[in-house]
Design a protein around this ligand. Structure first.
Ligand SMILES: [Fe+2]
Length: 175
């Protein structure tokens, strides 16, 4: 009887915790910056190169405090590979930073980056509430078959699909 009660209790506790993990309250996991970060990216929400035929991709979401409050003016600095899986280390193609609005929201308009050897499709990002510690991490694409083959992939960092070409992710940072 005791075992049964424990099982029931465990299930009752696990369900709401899993729900929280997808929204807020649990800090976004940190991941390696990798070799291609560059400082001084341009401030912009649209990284699409003029004339590019690459598939478009939009990421929307919020930056939240550990107490689930929206963080206004949080810095988000994004960088990712191009449609060939290459990073621009001379210039700033597919690099840009922006700040969240008064409701902690952001919108990134870019392309679908390509996989490159050893890595599934991903977007690098640094997120920082004003005057707080920088969170460096990576975002993964919804249901991408490459995710399972990438040792760095973490399901907590997979964006939630909203519709084809658009996904959402909420960051929880020190604030
Ligand atoms: Fe990368």
């Amino acid at each position: 009887m005791i075992i049964t009660r424990r099982r029931i209790l465990g299930a009752a506790i696990l369900v709401p915790l899993e729900g929280l993990a997808q929204t807020c309250g649990i800090a976004t996991p940190r991941q390696t910056e990798g070799p291609f970060f560059k400082t001084n990216s341009p401030q912009r929400i649209n990284l699409i190169e003029s004339g590019s035929k690459a598939a478009r991709f939009v990421v929307v979401g919020r930056v939240l405090s550990p107490g689930c409050k929206p963080v206004a003016k949080a810095l988000l600095d994004f960088w990712h590979s191009d449609e060939q899986g290459e990073y621009d280390n001379r210039g700033f193609r597919y690099r840009g930073h922006q700040f969240t609005d008064a409701d902690g929201r952001f919108r990134l308009e870019t392309i679908l980056p390509a996989e490159y050897p050893g890595r599934t499709r991903h977007i690098h990002v640094k997120a920082q509430a004003p005057n707080r510690r920088v969170l460096t991490t990576q975002l993964y694409f919804p249901n991408d078959p490459g995710n399972k083959r990438d040792g760095l992939y973490q399901p907590e960092l997979e964006m939630k699909s909203l519709k084809p070409g658009e996904a959402a992710f909420d960051f929880v940072v020190d604030a």
